[in-house]
Design a protein around this ligand. Structure first.
Ligand code: COA
Length: 416
């Protein structure tokens, strides 16, 4: 089956998570992604948190599927020459080195543009160019703090909290993928490549936009009515942490179900959608609440919303999280069980949709990974194993016109 990105050649000069997540997505959609790695060691994640001695760690395999691996020392003159050849015939180069690393290697944007004016050069950095922190190296949690996620996540009586979701890393990679695809469409019109830059801080902030909304509301009216602090608590001059509150216009909370005393995930998320109040009352066996002035409107409910949640927990006490959702779904109430990674890994729907896939790997045996979360009517992205270090070095060099003897010489020079 042909894929939309068939024929697009990408130099994947990325490591860790943000860059690899971007190029993996593009590889799923058909791009020819060649991961350039340092000979001998490769991407650090090959070795990080290993669960099987001598086999690539899951951290690497889950971010580098569908790619080729070319080992190349791009600081050696022989390696630079290979990279230049590759640049001349590629459509995109993606990198997420620390600030200035590509320039120090001799591949500034100007040089890359000179080598191939049609090539798109896509970069992830911690902070955007010209930002007063643009010299900083950045990892996931640093970005969550810098982008406003940490100060607004967690409970009001606890410290700023990091989300388990990779808002700084994979999220930035997804933003970069959108930028690359946009630049490719732009190139179709202009014939020219361009530089696409995404910062981790900006990408986190882009997902925290409702908190920037709340900052402005707070400054105008002095309170935020959907936060647990309202109306009994205090508001300062910055958006507070709201625990498990809804965040949008709908109040919601994580509620205990049967077994919570021993199972730390026996919870559901329950949303009190304004117009669903009547079905909620019916589902809970509380028809008297429907027209009660103390419950009828969102404004009337908010001052005692936690009492309402407590009553719902009483109703949930003899129901598992799955039983509860099976009842509530019949009343069209937005809710979900709090699912563990074990439950997700074994979820038959996620397996059937290709969101979780099992991939055979030469050294590891098979492993689970996430498949494309984006579904198409005319394409089913297939996930193939991540490459071994340098697995495609000879193949890529041969495709660039190197003879067997020249490849041997490059090996002797430790350039590949
Ligand atoms: N051959 C030779 N040298 C290579 C090479 C290759 N194939 N690939 C990389 N290198 C060199 C680079 O040239 C650079 O050398 P230099 O610092 O002497 O110029 C070095 O390896 C890599 O440096 P850097 O990217 O800064 O690595 P690091 O381990 O010190 O920092 C990060 C890691 C992730 C903190 C940093 O890369 C970073 O801030 N990246 C941008 C933001 C980002 O993506 N963060 C991670 C999100 S998961």
């Amino acid at each position: 089956m042909t894929k939309p990105l068939d024929g697009i050649k990408i130099i994947d000069f990325t490591h860790v998570q943000a860059g690899p997540a971007c190029t993996q997505l593009l590889a799923w959609f058909g791009a020819d992604v060649i991961k350039v790695e340092r000979p001998g060691s490769g991407d650090v994640t090959r070795n990080q948190l290993r669960d099987i001695p001598d086999a690539d760690a899951l951290y690497f395999t889950m971010l580098n599927s569908n790619k080729k691996s070319l080992t190349l020392d791009t600081k050696k003159p022989e390696g630079k020459e290979v990279l230049e050849k590759l640049i001349r015939e590629s459509d995109v180069l993606v990198e997420n080195f620390g600030p200035g690393a590509l320039d120090r290697m001799g591949f500034s944007w100007e040089r890359l543009n000179e080598l191939n004016p049609k090539m798109i050069v896509a970069s992830v950095k911690g902070f955007s160019d010209g930002h007063h922190y643009d010299d900083l190296k950045v990892y996931e949690n640093v970005a969550q703090c810098a982008g406003g996620a940490a100060s607004t996540t967690g409970f009001w009586d606890g410290p700023p909290t990091i989300s388990a979701a990779a808002l700084g890393d994979s999220n930035t990679g997804m933003h970069l993928a959108i930028g690359i695809l946009t630049a490719l469409l732009g190139r179709d019109k202009t014939g020219k490549g361009q530089k696409v830059a995404v910062s981790m801080q900006d990408s986190v902030l882009n997902l925290c936009r409702v908190k920037l909304r709340d900052q402005q509301r707070l400054e105008r009216v002095g309170y935020l009515e959907e936060y647990p602090q309202y109306p009994h608590g205090e508001f300062g001059d910055v958006v507070p942490r709201g625990g498990n509150a809804g965040g949008g216009g709908q109040p919601g909370w994580v509620l205990k179900c049967k077994g919570w005393e021993t199972d730390s995930n026996a919870y559901i998320y329950f949303t009190i959608q304004g117009h669903a109040w009547e079905p909620i009352c019916k589902a809970l066996g509380k028809p008297e609440w429907i027209d009660d002035p103390a419950y009828r409107t969102a404004e009337a409910r908010q001052p005692h919303i936690f009492e309402i949640f407590k009553t719902i927990e009483t109703w949930l006490a003899d129901k598992t999280k799955f039983e509860a959702v099976d009842i509530l779904r019949k009343f069209d109430i937005p809710c979900a069980p709090v699912l563990t990674m074990k439950e997700l890994a074994n979820d038959p729907s996620l397996r059937a949709s290709g969101t979780i896939v099992e991939v055979p790997h030469k050294k590891r045996g098979s492993y689970l990974t996430v498949g494309s979360p984006i579904k198409f009517s005319d394409m089913k992205p297939e996930v193939t194993a991540s490459p071994l270090l340098g697995e495609h070095t000879d193949e890529v060099l041969a495709s660039l016109g190197y003879s067997k003897q020249e490849i041997f010489n490059l090996r002797e020079a430790k350039a590949v």
